[in-house]
Design a protein around this ligand. Structure first.
Ligand code: KIV
Ligand code: ZN
Length: 519
């Protein structure tokens, strides 16, 4: 790379992001997110961990086949079969990359029980192997920020000599701070022979809330690739958020004079899609993409913004692709108006998708007078669509509740056959879930049940998220309805459908998280 101000954006939403418990995406959802990342100008997409499961392998190879401009990368442990499998998946890309890693800190060296010399040998062998397959090899010393400096310099030098073209410095447990993050990159650039020939990347987790600051500090010190995810999705507290680093460098270009190839007007759309397909809603006050990020509630702020928008806004909503006017739609709005509104909100729907949403929109409009942008976003994020293709479908529900107790009666289709049940429970949701369990017995454990009101008012829609766990597999279902109990059962049944699909595709021991630490 000759332009010293250019910072590469490496997005790992589909690998590190998807590793967060419950954030699993279907194959088609992964392809859709990859297309959006490619269109927005992400330089490198880390599309998955090919050895982890057949599903991951297929997703990475299909993404590799369709990517237009992004480099497509797959993750591999420091094992030859992992690297071979990774290459098999990424080799279809116009620009493929193998990313191989090993934990180099004392704690991580202890897991495979390798001493410093033995690990150095493994690094030499695996990076050489990767480079013999692919010209573009990234190597990561996992837990670099807790690795002894002398050893870190030694292994980085070995990886460079073995052919790595990018060296990523992960702060795997979100332990570092900005000054230290910068000092580490500076030290490597100064001490490691050949360091000026390769690109240093920064990969920060957000355990102490410093991931974005740490990544930008590393760039100031000379790193030229930022690893990040949409909405900061990722294990535990997540990763550096793409939208934060990109907008920070754009808005404060005076003190961070670095450029990316990202079309920032695509940010809001992809943020919404990732929130929908991962089942991880964006917190209201999240920087850049939170619902409140551009709202001015207090009188002083509203007054200032009306007189001169720059008094309280450092960037324009349109910079990240927000164009909505929040004019309510209603039951007289037609298909064309719905399409145009959804386009404004960043959804580009095929005709059959529009037809499906239009039916649900009309059903909602019959129950709710005014339909706001947030109602439409909730409608679009309904992952439990309850369509004719689903193995389990909710057909009919009646719930009686009050001070005398709660009872639910439910009719469901199981593989096309109608089944019904009546159950009691500790509250209406419990009664309905008991019905589902007696119709479709399951070992799945309920890990999360969450309800949000989409808008204000007693006729507001509720979005319900249900997270289930079975044999180490975690899935999320979400549904929206003005009837909270109906949304709850649809979310629950949606999650059961996803669990069924996942268990058919992956062996229980093929979970990405387990694989990543069994070195
Ligand atoms: O956080 C981390 O260390 C990782 C590596 C696999 C790069 O995600
Ligand atoms: Zn990570």
């Amino acid at each position: 790379m000759t332009d010293k101000s250019r910072v590469l954006i490496f997005d790992t939403t589909l690998r590190d992001g998807e590793q967060s418990p419950g954030a699993t995406m279907t194959h088609d959802e992964k392809l859709e997110i990859a297309d959006l990342l490619d269109e927005m100008g992400v330089d490198i997409i880390e599309a998955g961990f090919p050895i982890a499961s057949i599903g991951d392998f297929e997703a990475v190879s299909d993404i590799a086949k369709r990517a237009k401009t992004s480099t497509i990368c797959g993750l591999a442990r420091a094992k030859l079969p992992d690297i071979d499998r990774c290459w098999e998946a990424v080799k279809h890309a116009k620009s493929p990359r193998i990313h191989t890693f090993i934990g180099t800190s004392p704690l991580h060296r202890a897991i495979p029980n390798l001493d410093m010399d033995q690990m150095a040998e493994v690094i030499h062998e695996t990076v050489t192997h990767a480079r013999n397959l692919c010209d573009n090899v990234q190597w990561s010393p996992m837990d670099a920020t807790r690795t002894e400096h002398d050893y870190l310099c030694r292994v980085v030098e070995i990886a460079i000599k073995a052919g790595a073209t990018t060296i990523n410095i992960p702060d795997t447990v979100g332990y570092t701070a900005p000054a230290e993050s910068a000092a580490l990159i500076r030290m490597l650039l100064e001490r490691v022979p050949g360091a000026d020939e390769i690109i240093f990347a920064t990969h920060c987790h957000n355990d102490l809330g410093m991931a974005t600051a740490n990544a930008l500090a590393a760039v100031d010190a000379g790193a030229r690739q930022i690893e990040c995810t949409i909405n900061g999705l990722g294990e535990r507290a997540g990763n550096t958020a793409l939208e934060e680093v990109v907008m920070a460098m754009k808005v404060r270009h005076d003190i961070m004079p670095y450029d990316t190839g990202i079309d920032t007007t695509k940010i809001m759309n992809i943020s919404r899609r990732v929130a929908q397909v991962s089942g991880f809603p964006v917190q209201f006050n999240k920087a850049i993409v939170g619902k409140n990020a551009f709202l001015h509630e207090s009188g002083i702020h509203q007054d200032g913004v009306l007189k001169n928008v720059e008094t309280f806004e450092i960037m324009k909503p349109s910079d990240i692709g927000i164009t909505e006017t929040n004019i309510a739609m209603g039951k007289h709005s037609g298909r064309a108006a719905l399409r145009s509104k959804l386009n404004d909100l960043g959804y580009d729907l095929a005709d059959n998708q529009l037809n499906d949403v239009f039916v649900r929109f009309k059903a909602l409009a019959d129950r709710k007078k005014e339909i706001y942008d947030d109602d439409l976003i909730a409608l679009m994020s309904d992952t439990a669509a309850n369509t004719a293709d689903d193995y389990l479908q909710v057909n009919w529900l009646r719930v009686v509740c009050g001070s005398d107790g709660q009872e639910a009666e439910l009719k469901m289709l199981v593989d096309g056959e109608e089944k019904s049940c009546k159950s009691e429970g500790d509250g209406p949701v419990d009664a309905v879930f008991n019905c589902v369990k007696s119709i479709y017995p399951t070992k799945a454990k309920l890990k999360l049940y969450q309800v949000h009101a989409v808008t204000e008012g007693t006729d507001a829609q509720a979005t319900v998220s249900v997270r289930l766990e079975e044999d180490g597999r975690i899935v999320t279902g979400s549904a929206a309805d003005t009837d909270t109990i109906l949304a709850s059962v649809k979310a629950y049944v949606g999650a059961l459908n996803r669990l069924r699909v996942r268990s058919q595709k992956t062996a229980p021991d093929a979970d990405v998280k387990q694989v990543s630490y069994k070195l």
